[in-house]
Design a protein around this ligand. Sequence first.
Ligand SMILES: C[S@@+](CC[C@H](N)C(=O)[O-])C[C@H]1O[C@@H](n2cnc3c(N)ncnc32)[C@H](O)[C@@H]1O
Length: 471
Amino acid sequence: MNSSVVDSLRHEANAKLDPKRKSALGQFMTPYKVAEFMANLFTQRSDVVLLDAGAGIGSLTLAASEVLDIVRAEAWELDPVMIAYLESNLDGLGVSYEIHETDFVLDSVDRIQFMSGTRFTHAILNPPYRKISAQSVHRFACRQVGLETVNLYTAFLALAILQMRELGEIVIIIPRSFCNGPYYKPFRELMLAECSIDAIHVFESRDKAFKDDDVLQENVILKLTRGGVQRSVKLSVSRDASFADLQQRELEFDRVVQPGDREKFICIPLEDEALDHGGLFVHSLRELGVEVCTGPVVDFRLKNWWSQSPQPGTVPCLYPHHFTADGFHWPKEHKKPNALFRSPEVDKWLMREGIYVLVKRFSAKEERRRVVAHLVTPQDTRSEWVGFENHWNVLHIGKRGLPMEIANGLTCFLNSTPLDDYFRVFSGHTQVNATDLRNMKFPSIEKLERVGRAYSRHLSQEATDELVRLA
Ligand SMILES: C[S@@+](CC[C@H](N)C(=O)[O-])C[C@H]1O[C@@H](n2cnc3c(N)ncnc32)[C@H](O)[C@@H]1O
């Protein structure tokens, strides 16, 4: 079947889907060009026993059949609209196949536990994306096979891995969020223990792989081999799903997962220079003697002590909205409080006045920068104690402030373009967690002090970058 026929079937099926189920089942189908690119990543091409879980209308299996000699295909799908298309598409292939109209996660857990069902030589997957809560059936089921994970897509991938034969190859398109973040650590450990990473493809533009469906995830394509020997990784990049500007290069595996990294972050260096930049990324915060915590004040737990205006007996409570590009604005008219009344319940979450670096934990998708830092000083807060709300990461030393030049240098560095590029190398999301900051590398104290003497919060982006480059 040619690509435009498959794509028109995809649009036809898409139009029939129930919009509510569409997001519950994560029904974002792969454009055929992407499916073909994925299929071409397989290296073994004969005697193929293929797995396609969350198969939709079967586009991935169709693309795989163009390059692989398939002897049998098995597909899992829940939606009757999809299944009707899937059946007719697989029929047309003329190979032995089976469609399991069951939940892939629950079915796989049984198959793995009871060592039943097929073991596959190849898997091609675009699984559904949906968080799975701690109490969900999927989470319980996964635990039966020792799998702890927070999203359906990582559950699908892990369960596929566990049903592969030795040297079985998996090609999958998934969001980048599994690459870092503490919740995905057990999944990363399983994936890296069981598989080699052979290839990674990145779409540079966040919304381009699934543009028909308004999916704003950063997606990557991975090629893994179960039990494969880990060699260098083939990294490819294209702006979008046309692959018109495809670029490829080989990357030492050490660049992808840094030796000794206990978090097992998967780094995807898009630009070579992003990893070094002349000694800018050398020391961890711990090596610099600086600590980081999440802002300790969780406001809804302290609602009884909220105060709109600062007054005797209150302390400032600082949120990201108190800081804008042109400076610190506090107090400010807002639905959130500007201050908290002191009480034993409040006091345990406060920090002593000092010079702190505050890094926003969340940035809006459309914001240009991922990492945004602000300096706050006793001149801003004018209070012996201060509350930092939970949407911040707070850089501190022993729960107290930092020396001015170091704090200012860190703020400058965190707000620079080289740092933002570096952060994108190992992060697929807009969130910046304390763990991310702990794992990131910073310049030496001397460099930070030098930059800190010259930086001010009113400098332009260009001037900030220049300071960091000359450090
Ligand atoms: C992201 S779509 C991808 C469809 C197809 N693989 C493609 O690439 O076009 C995920 C598919 O998984 C199906 N699905 C969702 N949850 C499922 C589950 N627990 N078991 C089996 N299929 C599921 C959805 O109905 C949807 O068709």
